[in-house]
Design a protein around this ligand. Structure first.
Ligand code: BGP
Length: 468
């Protein structure tokens, strides 16, 4: 096994899924704070204001806000070299449009970064991970151009504050989720293609401006895009299925095209013309997009799709990812996600062939139900198996295909709230957190078997994968 010496091993979380303390120390409400919990197959409800009779998992998360020292210490014990996390924008600007930032919010992330640096863990920081201050609803959230300015204000504040502590920034988590879950991605509930494309346009613009601002402010700053790593295979060798697969992939890849190349691809422009979609382009915008292409691509990878005659070319259905075809060659997780390790090698090649930018895997993992034994141990061989197979494919992409990969951050190193369902029982962690779907529990942390396994992987820079 030969991972580069500089390769960073670590894990990834999102503020609204782990911090809790949703209204503490001056934090304002975000779009995530009005999403109820649900279960697989049922969408989370968006209530706009807090309804006391409902359960909102972001309100407690896994109490990382209070327990961050313990959590980061456990990362250090595993040997983490990077930690991809997000800043809750509404901790910094409680309403999104405040004149002054909230010092307590800024301080909280100072504490996190200082601790990471103490343990030689490189922070990789997402500016917007599925949450927008709820106060920006009055402008129409990302449908409005004004929100671009408020986002820039937020970026300027954190780029300034965390100079010397943070090097890697990610603008929008899984920006292509705008097409499937626009409330999560952009705080918009208007379910039209025009609305989704307007909001995405504003995020592209905001991201391009953020890239330029970061570069102006520090020569050390690297800014990446974040792509929800959808890949799809044709359901059959019928060339018509191959064409459908290309069209299906275009629905997602166009987001990366814009952020990596700096302009909208022809296939998208043609589609907009056919469907009468217009973009709110103002003078100078197209130059901004070109000048603000990203330095690296980060992406999540969990599963692959199969595309055939009955596949809607718009992502619709359960969690926005159901294609209607089960891949007969693959197993699925308890939540119906196909398990496809070689798909990781495939997407690494796809993205590198297409953009020639360095890559970071900033999410990958298995959501599963865990059982805690009486002695507090958790025997999660299934998780180890999943991760191991993916890491072997990652190594092939690096070693055989020559894809430059900077980091691997496994999703949810301690158990956190599921983004798609709000459940707690869909667990990804190396570290078990004692809390249930309703938020009850001690919130104590326990090491699973996978904790020791990952520790070994990192210690040997991947060599242990070969000998197991
Ligand atoms: C990605 C999100 C994450 C995360 C992950 C796992 O789409 O960026 O926030 O939650 O998926 O999904 P889930 O939590 O629904 O299992």
């Amino acid at each position: 096994m030969s991972f580069p010496k500089s390769f960073m091993w670590g894990g990834a979380t999102a503020a609204n899924q782990c911090e809790g303390a949703y209204n503490k120390d001056g934090k304002g409400l975000s779009t995530a704070d009005v999403m109820t919990s649900s279960k697989y197959g049922h969408p989370r409800e968006v209530t706009q204001t807090i309804d006391e009779t409902k359960h909102y998992p972001s309100h407690h998360g896994v109490n990382h806000y209070e327990r961050y020292e313990e959590d980061i210490k456990l990362f250090a014990e595993m040997g983490f070299e990077c930690y991809r996390m997000s800043i809750a924008w509404s901790r910094i600007f409680p309403n999104g449009d405040d004149a002054e930032p909230n010092e307590a919010g800024l301080k909280f992330y100072d504490n996190i970064f200082d601790l990471c640096l103490k343990y030689n863990i490189e922070p990789i920081v997402t500016l917007s991970h599925f949450e927008t201050p709820l106060g920006l609803q009055k402008y129409g959230s990302w449908l409005s151009r004004e929100v671009v300015d408020y986002f820039m204000n937020y970026c300027e504040t954190v780029f300034q504050r965390y100079q010397g502590k943070v090097k890697y920034w990610i603008t929008f988590n899984e920006i292509n989720v705008m097409s499937t879950k626009p409330w999560m991605a952009g705080g918009i509930q208007e379910d039209t293609e025009q609305a989704r494309m307007t909001a995405a346009y504003h995020q592209f613009l905001a991201s391009a401006k953020a890239v330029q601002l970061a570069h102006d402010m520090s020569g050390a700053y690297q800014v990446g895009m974040m792509y929800n790593g959808h890949i799809a295979y044709p359901a059959s060798p019928d060339p018509a299925d191959v064409t459908r697969t290309t069209q299906f992939m275009h629905q997602m890849l166009f987001y990366a095209d814009v952020q990596c190349r700096g302009y909208y691809p022809n296939y998208k422009i043609k589609e907009f013309e056919r469907n009468n979609i217009t973009l709110p382009i103002e003078e100078g915008d197209l130059d901004e997009l070109r000048a603000g292409t990203v330095d690296f691509i980060s992406f999540s990878y969990y599963l692959s799709h199969v595309v055939g005659e009955d596949t809607p070319l718009k992502f619709v259905g359960l969690n926005g990812v159901k294609t209607g075809y089960k891949n007969p060659t693959l197993d699925t997780s308890d939540w119906g996600w196909s398990i496809d390790p070689s798909g990781l090698r495939y997407i690494l090649n796809l993205l590198y062939d297409r953009y020639q930018l360095p890559l970071m895997i900033v999410e990958n993992g298995l959501g599963a139900v865990d059982k805690v034994e009486e002695d507090g141990s958790v025997h999660d061989a299934y998780r180890i198996e999943y991760l191991k197979k993916h890491l072997i494919e990652l190594e092939k992409a690096i070693e055989i295909d020559g894809v430059p990969v900077l980091a691997y951050a496994m999703w949810g190193p301690f158990d956190i709230i599921s983004a798609s369902t709000g459940e707690m029982k869909k667990r990804y962690g190396f570290i078990y957190v004692d809390v249930d779907d309703d938020g009850n529990g001690t919130y104590n942390r326990y090491k699973k078997d996978s904790f020791y396994w990952y520790q070994k992987v990192i210690e040997t820079n991947g060599a242990s994968l070969k000998f197991e």
